[in-house]
Structure formats: structure tokens, C-alpha cells
Design a protein around this ligand. Structure first.
Ligand code: ZN
Length: 314
């Protein structure tokens, strides 16, 4: 008995067949072709899903979708990277197209559930996942279950405010951890510093002003660049202060970090652990393990399938 996990993104649709123990049996991905709109993309999802399922004993489907949505109603309210997706009945439509039960969740929550079920969160009951990417996303597992709140908006860990006078954030607020610790934030910090003539070996390759990653900063830091080390230290510090808030509020057993940024290793994790510990209460700080995610880009499909196992109880 298997479940199909689907991770729908603006660029790719990922599929994974997962068994009851959380093992990924088979995975594949196809381009989304988001310009086809809701109906066109759903036809692609259904077509590829049928292909992946063929000849396997699949009992249901879990799907992670980007953007504000309702897991209870199975509706996506909007998806910034999927034109035409406004108040669309994704769950019911996919059920009709494929003839299998479908459960729908926010993609960050599905990834958090994946790490909880089959990755770095295995064996604990309370954990949070920070996904460090273009933005900072997250998910909460409380008492062994995904907690997404009545509006599926819980777990927006990127918008923990760490400075009420801080830089503007995409969400409309200020000083959120996302404005310090996302790839977007690092690019802004490096560009501003270079424009001011700060002494550093970092050179942004031509045409990559909006796309260069933390790796550029990490490599400079490895070579001893003081500015690069400071940038990564500040990222770790911001994440550590956000982790301290989580530690005080939720008393989690594990705080897990995913995304390309974790490649910067101790440049980020040393200050992260230090600030998480010194800015929170002693006992929960001792309890909370700070770990690196294990499933990489597969967390979303594995978690979506895990949520299908949970929903359809087999
Ligand atoms: Zn924000």
C-alpha cells in the first residue's frame, strides 16, 4: 500500500510514491507550465499522477501547494507563482480527475511533516522546521501532529519580528527574521555593502545581482573574508533570536533547518546556537536540539504522502 505525494511549485511538479514507513519508492518531476492556468496545470498534474501510479497499489494522494489555502475546504485562495489560481477547488477537482482521495496542505507544512515523519524529526513529538530560501518559511509539529491553525496560516516562522524598527519585510511588517536571513536579504545586504565600498573579496558575477546565493558569501568566508563572515554571523544571529522566541513559546524538542543556506555550516550555526541559548529560558533551551534537515528537496513529496497516510488511515 503506497501513497502518492505531490509537491506543486511554479516551476516543477514533483511526484513521489511513498510507503507506510516513509520510504520514497520512486520519484519524478515535470515542468509545471504555469502559464496554462488552473485547468491546464491540473490536467498535467492528473496525467503525470496517473503515469506514476500505474501498476502500483496507491490508496490516496497528498498534495502540497504554494500560497494561502484551506486544507479543510481543499481550496487554494491564491498562488503567486501560478497565474489564474484564485479560489480554486484543487482537492475536489483532482479527486474527480484521478478517482482517489486527496488531501491538500500548504507546501511548507507538508515539508515540515516530511522531516517529522521520515527525516531529522523522526522519533520526536514537537518540532519546528525553518526553510531558508528566497524567503523564510516554516511549519510546526505539536504533540505529533501538524499544526496549521484554523486558517492554515500557522507556522509562518519567517515573520517572527526580531527588530520592530528593522527593514521592511515582504509581508508589510518590519524587522521580520526573513528580512535578515533569507537569500533575498543576503543579496540586499551584500549589494548595499558593495555600493558603499566595504572591503571584501566578494564580487557579484555580472547579471547575477538578483540571483546570487549564500554560496558566494560562504566561499568568501571560507577564504577568510571578514565581511563575508560577518554577513553569515548576522544571519545566524537573526535566526538564533527567532529560535529563542520559538523555544520560549513552544518548548520544542527539535528545531530543524532546511534550504540552501544550511550549506554555510558553522558560519551560521555557531551564532545561531549561541543566540538561541542566551536569549531563551535555560531549561527549554537545553531541551531544544538544533539540527539540519535530512530530506532535502524530497521533504515536500514525502510529507504530502505522510499526510495522506494520516488522513486516509491506512
Ligand atoms: Zn514579514
Amino acid at each position: 500500500m503506497l501513497m502518492l505525494g505531490i509537491d506543486l511549485g511554479g516551476t516543477d511538479i514533483k511526484f513521489g510514491l511513498v510507503d507506510k514507513s516513509g520510504r520514497l519508492i520512486h520519484k519524478t518531476k515535470y515542468p509545471t507550465h504555469a502559464h496554462l492556468g488552473f485547468e491546464g496545470v491540473m490536467q498535467r498534474v492528473a496525467e503525470f499522477a496517473r503515469e506514476v501510479i500505474a501498476s502500483h497499489d496507491v490508496a490516496g494522494i497528498g498534495m502540497g501547494v504554494p500560497g494561502p489555502m484551506s486544507s479543510a475546504l481543499g481550496i487554494v485562495y491564491e498562488a503567486p507563482n501560478l497565474p489564474g489560481w484564485e479560489n480554486v477547488p484543487v482537492r475536489d477537482h483532482l479527486q474527480t480527475l484521478i478517482g482517489l482521495p486527496v488531501v491538500l496542505h500548504n507546501d511548507a507544512n507538508a515539508a515540515a511533516y516530511g522531516e517529522f515523519w521520515a527525516g531529522a524529526g523522526r522519533g520526536c513529538s514537537n518540532m519546528v522546521l525553518f526553510s531558508l530560501g528566497t524567503g523564510v518559511g516554516g511549519g510546526l509539529i505539536l504533540n505529533g501532529e501538524l499544526y496549521s491553525g484554523p486558517d492554515d496560516t500557522a507556522g509562518e516562522l519567517g515573520h517572527i519580528p526580531i527588530d520592530y524598527n528593522g527593514p521592511p519585510c515582504n509581508c508589510g511588517s518590519r524587522g521580520c527574521v526573513e528580512a535578515y536571513a533569507s537569500a533575498t536579504a543576503i543579496r540586499r545586504i551584500v549589494r548595499e555593502a558593495l555600493a558603499k565600498g566595504v572591503e571584501t573579496s566578494i564580487r557579484i558575477p555580472k547579471g547575477e545581482e538578483e540571483t546570487f546565493g549564500a554560496r558566494l558569501v560562504y566561499e568568501a568566508a571560507l577564504a577568510g573574508d571578514a565581511f563575508a563572515k560577518q554577513v553569515l554571523y548576522d544571519v545566524g544571529k537573526a535566526l538564533g533570536i527567532a529560535a529563542a522566541a520559538i523555544i520560549n513559546i513552544l518548548n520544542p524538542e527539535r528545531i530543524i533547518y532546511a534550504g540552501a543556506m544550511i550549506g554555510a555550516g558553522e558560519f551560521i550555526f555557531a551564532p545561531l546556537r549561541e543566540y538561541a541559548r542566551t536569549r531563551s529560558f535555560r531549561r527549554p533551551a537545553q531541551r531544544a536540539q538544533i539540527l539540519i534537515a535530512e530530506l532535502g528537496a524530497d521533504a515536500g513529496i514525502i510529507g504530502a504522502a505522510g499526510l495522506a497516510f494520516q488522513a486516509f488511515g491506512c
